[in-house]
Design a protein around this ligand. Structure first.
Ligand code: UDX
Length: 455
């Protein structure tokens, strides 16, 4: 089958290369000409595990091609997938500018075959219906088109695996014929296929991401409670996760959620729900809880380190999660802002195994982005593990002690072996765990509710 995918971001490109690998002829279009030039050579301009080899294999097999003009997509392909960005506006509303500009450029075709346009981008409820009405109003009568919604649940860092092993394939259509053709297209993928209407498919995506945001914020609030009451959050989470109704995933407490999806989708569902008169107070609270986490970390640092304004603090990790070079809405950025707000004189060094390049474009002036963990840690008075890269687990206690001025580690992701480090003279303070007594200053007990009142 001939397929066009519009948008060469992680979702679009993985979808394009994945369908090509399943034997289809796929053309991937993106208005970013520099990106298309790189892709045409079989290279991928961002880090995503396994994607470059998947692209290269299918480009050289002649099944995957690239271009920057999507206008002939419907004329040339039976199915067109839209995977363009839908970024947040200041109001929290999703911007559909890129989506409409593509939809409005599709040219008519001859021969009468019915086309299917599939919206993969995360969009407000009702967008597929609006897109279909817009196309039908503009295209000549002989050009029949169905617009479907097949939301994408792939994660950055495991997008290729998620394409080939999806947890579920939700096919939202308003026509039995489109449902049948799209079910056939996805039949070779192992995930359960679920047919539904378009609005339910659109809400299914927003609801899943909002739920993940809620689960993470719940974990972080219980971890905060564990800290205040002398309980050990990882044990609490382990016990909760053994209940199949709760499950073990997305209970890791730390610096909270970031990235290009969870924060944006949480904001979008709150806004959509307000307009619809069905407020999502739980999701709103999850967003507020997430926004407080950098302050909670800075206050823990203050309890362990006297006068942070005159100290050097190292951030280990900047990416919103390990395995990516993505720092969009990363907790590291909020943490840097909070450190500088409360301690204008603080000296901040940072190192990320994958995201140094993207970080250099956005971190505020004065943050020293270093080429190695050692360089960043040299002379530091404390370090904060912001992203749980495996590399950080391999730093030995002696390295921390030799490189740092004071070996105080605030492990914002519970990534390190705190007990082993503490036993070897490194102060390692995790999230939701009782802190070991730091060398520099005794931890200051806090009153319940103090963090909330400071936010
Ligand atoms: C998310 C959804 O998981 C995916 O289904 C959707 O298609 C896109 O959005 P992604 O943005 O790649 O995927 O990241 P994810 O792995 O979900 O992590 C999001 C954030 O939550 C990260 O900042 C991560 O560090 C944080 N997180 C995750 C936690 O703080 N605790 C957890 O237990 C899990």
């Amino acid at each position: 089958m001939k397929i066009t995918v519009v948008g060469a971001g992680i979702v679009g490109l993985t979808t394009a290369a994945g369908f090509a690998d399943l034997g289809h002829y796929v053309h991937c279009a993106d208005i970013d000409t520099a990106k298309i030039a790189t892709l045409s050579k079989g290279a991928v301009p961002y880090h995503e595990a396994g994607l470059e080899s998947l692209v290269a294999r299918n480009v050289s097999a002649g099944r995957l091609s690239f271009g920057h003009d999507p206008s002939k997509a419907l004329a040339e392909a039976e199915m067109t997938f839209l995977a363009v960005g839908t970024p947040s506006e200041d109001s929290g509303e999703m911007s559909l500018g890129a989506l409409w500009s593509v939809v409005d450029r599709f040219e008519p075709w001859t021969g009468g075959a019915r086309r299917i346009v599939v919206i993969k981008s995360t969009v407000p409820i009702g967008t597929a219906e609006r897109a279909e009405a817009r196309l039908r109003a503009r295209l000549p009568a002989g050009c029949a088109v169905d617009v479907a919604s097949i939301p994408e649940f792939m994660r950055e860092g495991s997008a290729v695996r998620d394409f080939f092993e999806p947890t579920r394939i939700v096919i939202g259509t308003a026509s039995a014929e489109a449902a049948e053709r799209l079910t056939q297209l996805h039949q070779r993928l192992p995930g359960p296929i679920m047919a539904t209407d378009r609005r339910s498919a659109e809400l299914a995506k927003l609801a899943a991401n909002a739920y993940l945001a809620v689960k993470i914020s719940f974990a972080n609030e219980i971890a905060g409670l564990a800290e205040q009451t002398g309980a050990d959050y990882p044990s609490v989470a382990h016990s909760m996760g053994l209940d199949p109704r709760i499950g073990p995933h997305f209970l890791a407490a730390g610096l909270g959620f970031g990235g290009s999806c969870l924060p944006k989708d949480a904001r979008a569902i709150v806004r959509i729900a307000d307009e619809a008169g069905a407020p999502q107070t739980v999701v709103e609270a999850a967003m507020r809880a997430n926004a407080m986490l950098p302050l909670r970390m800075v206050r823990k640092l203050e309890a362990a380190l006297t006068d942070p304004s005159r100290r050097k603090v190292t951030l280990l990790g900047l990416a919103f999660k390990p395995g990516t070079d993505d720092i969009r809405e990363a907790p590291s950025l909020r943490l840097i802002a909070e450190l500088k707000r409360r301690h204008p004189g603080i000296s901040i060094a940072a190192y990320d195994p994958g995201a140094n390049g993207s970080a250099k474009k956005v971190v505020p002036a004065g943050v020293d982005i270093c080429d190695s963990a050692e360089e960043a840690l040299r002379g530091a008075d404390a370090a904060i593990v912001v992203t749980e890269w495996r590399e950080f687990r391999q730093i030995k206690a002696d390295d921390f002690k030799n490189w740092m001025n004071r070996p105080i580690i605030m492990d914002g992701r519970n990534a390190l072996d705190a007990a082993a480090l503490n036993a070897q003279g490194v102060v390692c303070i995790g999230v939701g765990r009782l802190p070991a007594v730091p060398k520099d200053a005794a931890p200051v007990p806090r009153k319940p509710g103090e963090l909330a009142s400071q936010a």
